[in-house]
Design a protein around this ligand. Structure first.
Ligand code: FAD
Length: 461
């Protein structure tokens, strides 16, 4: 069987690329090594409870019917309806540093006011930053990078405001340690502050199932439990893939969402200096998920997401210990505006930076107690920024960089992939392309836009 394109991975980027190709009558097959779709943003069921793997919030929120912005662009490109994502807006989120909190909603003016009230001396400087953000072409596919720290350092003179801005933007979309490319900063600034957060009541399942059904309805084929062992090449081009089962799938093009190093390794001919020039990412997280016998709001917690940091300096780097509990993200999936409906039970998720090597390759008798120990430390730290919920916990789950690698294949459990992004999706082979995490558009909406962008650029000509 020969296809126009075989796509490696049924995460959000692979599914979006597949829909776009199938819509234009290309013969397309997505192969996914796991038994379900979604990759880094999948879902699972544990002890009779449904969980999302990665979903805190869908960024880039827009009201139904909005004509501009990333969300409406992607719905148009995928021929999906607003109801297919059914996003309900957040209540309110915050960035909490010692003695200072910046609150934000999906109304940017509220955030601007908050910045002006908390940092009155920075009012003009913040406006200068907004002007730079507004005129920046963040989606340009050139791979030139500019230090966001340098741009902000030249614009804003209060280092605490700079770090309060970096904290949520890095947590939700930086593959690089300590600093970000300014284009990525702008993408994330707009995604979080201009547009904001939303979530479907049924979580990421709803989005993923609608994407997969839409793909199949257009004639696309989706094969689960079909890991790619190698990308087949002949005469300098890719000719298809060989699955772990030995089955061969021939295709005119291969599009991979597995990551850049991971994809090149499947070709078996990684250039000698590639690994040195393209090190795997180091940013990974431990995620703790608590099911409660009440709603977080019953305990006085009405924030959707809290990005916290316990000093004036925010450090975004792999920690020296298994986790870094100085900062983190508290997320309550209950705290969205669901109207008359609500989630079946209360949930709190707390995320902290984790050191990949501390979790990989250790025996189970060390791994599981270590998970429990750090879960306790993460909660103790977060309780400085939220009400104590511990007596209401009815179930707990924790995952680590090791879990992320196991279920997605990303080296180091790197949530945002490698630091060097390949913006135009090209590889050393003319008809092998990358989309998703290592192309560089990150997050749920970013991954889908990445699949669409690379497909439009190379596969629909
Ligand atoms: C804990 C956590 C929290 C997050 N929270 C948010 C959030 O709140 N909001 C947000 O917008 N984003 C969030 N993200 C980020 C977001 O999930 C990702 O940016 C996005 O899902 C990446 O999609 P992708 O398609 O690029 O990659 P992936 O999801 O990694 O897809 C790649 C797919 O390829 C498959 N694959 C790999 N190798 C092979 C092979 N050899 N053969 C076949 N298949 C293969 C993998 O199994 C995987 O399904 C979070 C991520 C994590 C881990």
């Amino acid at each position: 069987m020969s296809y126009d394109t075989v796509i490696i991975g049924a995460g959000l980027s692979g599914l979006a690329a597949g829909i776009r190709l199938a819509y234009f009558d290309k013969k397309v097959c997505i192969v996914e090594k796991h038994n379900t779709i979604g990759g880094l943003n999948s879902f699972y069921r544990l002890r009779k409870r449904d969980h999302d793997v990665g979903l805190h919030a869908v960024t880039n929120y827009a009201e139904p019917g909005t004509k501009t912005g990333p969300l409406s662009k992607l719905l148009r490109q995928l021929r999906l309806r607003w109801d297919d994502f059914a996003l309900c807006p957040q209540i309110e989120s915050s960035i909490a540093f010692p003695g200072r909190t910046l609150r934000f909603t999906n109304d940017f003016e509220f955030f601007r006011q908050q910045v002006n009230e908390l940092f009155p001396a920075q009012k003009d400087n913040f406006q200068k930053l907004l002007n730079l953000i507004d005129k920046h072409d963040e989606l340009h596919l050139s791979s030139e990078t500019t230090s966001a720290r340098q741009v902000l350092g030249e614009t804003i003179s209060d280092p605490v405001l700079i770090d309060m801005l970096f904290c949520p933007l890095m947590f939700y979309g930086s593959a690089t340690v300590g600093d970000m490319d300014f284009s990525q900063f702008v993408i994330m600034f707009k995604a979080l502050f201009y547009q904001g957060f939303g979530r479907p009541l049924r979580g990421v399942r709803l989005i993923l199932k609608n994407l997969a059904n839409h793909f199949r309805r257009q004639g696309g084929e989706l094969k689960l439990r079909c890991g790619v062992k190698q990308i087949l090449t002949a005469g300098g081009i890719a000719t298809g893939v060989e699955l772990e089962s030995g089955e061969i799938i021939e295709a005119k093009n291969v599009l991979s969402s597995a990551g850049s190093a991971e994809t090149l390794r499947m070709c078996g001919d990684v250039p000698a200096d590639f690994e040195q020039q393209n090190p795997p990412g180091e940013i990974s997280y431990a995620e703790t998920i608590f099911s409660l016998d009440c709603e977080p709001q019953d305990l006085g917690h009405n924030q959707t997401i809290v990005f916290y940091n316990d000093s004036d300096v925010f450090r975004y780097e792999p920690p020296s210990e298994p986790c870094d509990v100085r900062s983190g993200i508290i997320c309550s999936p209950n705290n969205f505006q669901y109207g008359d409906e609500k989630l079946e039970e209360g949930r709190i998720r707390i995320t902290a930076l984790a050191k990949p090597s501390a979790w990989m390759g250790i025996p189970d008798e060390i791994y599981y107690p270590q998970k429990e120990e750090w879960c306790g430390k993460i909660v103790d730290s977060a309780l400085r920024f939220m009400p104590d919920f511990r007596s209401h916990v009815v179930d707990t789950d924790v995952f680590t960089p090791r879990t992320i690698t196991k279920f997605t294949g990303h080296a180091n459990g790197a949530v945002y992939g490698a630091p060097n992004k390949i913006r135009d999706g090209r590889t050393h082979l003319d008809n092998l392309y990358l989309c998703g995490t290592d192309q560089g558009f990150l997050g749920i909406i970013g991954a889908m836009l990445s699949g669409i962008t690379i497909t439009n650029l190379h596969l629909l000509k």
